[in-house]
Design a protein around this ligand. Structure first.
Ligand code: SF4
Length: 371
């Protein structure tokens, strides 16, 4: 039998083998603090203690996909569908400008109609005009054609979030309908297309899914590195009762275990990819009220305060117990500074906060700041 590895010694290494990652993901509570300390040091030495804000606009919950874990899947008939008006999005952009957030994220269900493509392109163009190019724009609108990505990039969006949800193709099949419309290969192709069109590319996974193992999670970390990803948003899987995956709820780890497993993933990601952007997701906060602050302390450097008009918040429940659905945008901003100071970090107002990693990787195009 192999002797138990010394975690402190393991953490002195610059990179980890697959088995070492599995070992680190499996450590107990006392040893996980060593990983958190190491990740915190790496963060300080690379991206520093600045936290970048992205005002999050949940643009629409109308989606043609039917992912088995998602509360806004097309098969869920128990929600009111909505799409923000152009004015509502532009008001949110004005809020971002007035409060010096620097960037915004426009997120919505996946639609591939020409009308939707144009509508999003026009929104991006108008936000750029309204802010005289000051607001950095991230889109998160699912899988689209390469031409659509190119059009949105030309309109002025420069970052895109498309979560892979799991890098294990078999697990991907278990959490999506078995049809060509929900294809792992297409998701990979979309990530490639985004990168080739010049976007800073973000992805992420759910942590603590039914049937998922630490071996899968180690593979996820390796996938991010091999794919040379610029930004990550990942957090615990939180079940939603109006979804098919809910039937496996008895297979899940307790919420707090999923939370700490997520923090370990986040810390190991910071150690293995020191210069990328990592978001402290609201899913962390829905298990532990200080979840995002804990994530910032150990490695995250991006936070996405929800600035969707309050009356729509309850209709965008990708998962249940989502925090802050009853707050308005001002409420969220007021508590943010205190929360981030609590994590011994500070908000970088008025900065786009692009991924340092994107600035260094070979892409054959100018960086967003050059345009
Ligand atoms: S996860 Fe995204 S693509 Fe899938 S159903 Fe939900 S909103 Fe649509």
């Amino acid at each position: 039998m192999n002797p138990k590895p010394n975690i402190q010694n393991l953490l002195e290494k610059e990179s980890f083998s697959h088995d070492e990652l599995v070992t680190l993901l499996s450590v107990d509570k006392a040893e996980q603090e060593l990983i958190f300390e190491k990740a915190s040091q790496v963060k300080q030495n690379t991206v520093g203690n600045k936290v970048y804000l992205r005002g999050l606009v949940e643009y629409s919950n109308i989606c043609t996909k039917n992912c088995l874990y998602c509360g806004v899947r097309s098969g869920n008939k128990n929600i009111r569908r909505y799409r923000l008006t152009e004015n509502e999005v532009l008001e949110a952009a004005q809020f971002v400008l007035d409060h010096h957030f620097g960037s915004m994220v426009i997120q919505g269900g996946e639609l591939s109609s020409t009308q939707n493509t144009r509508r999003i392109g026009q929104l991006v163009t108008k936000i750029k005009q309204l802010s005289q190019g000051k607001i950095g724009i991230t889109l998160s609108m699912g899988e689209q054609s390469r031409e659509t990505y190119r059009y949105w990039f030309e309109c002025g969006a420069h970052r895109y979030l498309l979560r892979i949800e799991t890098s294990n193709p078999d697990l991907y099949k278990k959490i999506h309908p078995m049809d060509t419309f929900h294809s792992f290969e297409k998701r990979l192709q979309a990530l490639d297309d985004l990168r080739n069109e010049g976007f800073q590319v973000g992805t992420g996974v759910m942590i603590g899914l039914p049937f998922q193992t630490n071996d899968d999670l180690a593979n996820d970390l390796e996938f991010f590195k091999n794919f040379d990803i610029d930004m990550i948003g990942m957090g615990p899987y939180i079940e939603h009762k109006n979804t098919p995956l809910y039937q496996y709820k008895d297979l899940l780890l307790p919420p707090l275990d999923r939370f700490y497993l997520s923090l370990k993933m986040l810390a190991l990601l910071r150690i293995t990819m020191p210069d990328i952007n990592i978001a402290a997701t609201t899913a962390l906060q829905s298990i532990d009220k200080l979840g995002r602050e804990k994530a910032i302390k150990i490695g995250a450097n991006v936070i996405m305060p929800n600035i969707t008009p309050g009356r729509y918040r309850d209709d965008y429940l990708l998962y249940q117990n989502k925090p802050c659905t009853d707050e308005n945008a001002d409420d969220c901003k007021t508590c943010l500074e205190a929360r981030i100071a609590l994590a011994e970090n500070e908000i970088a107002y008025g900065e786009w906060g692009d991924s340092k990693h994107y600035g260094t990787r070979d892409k054959g195009q100018g960086t967003s700041e050059d345009r």
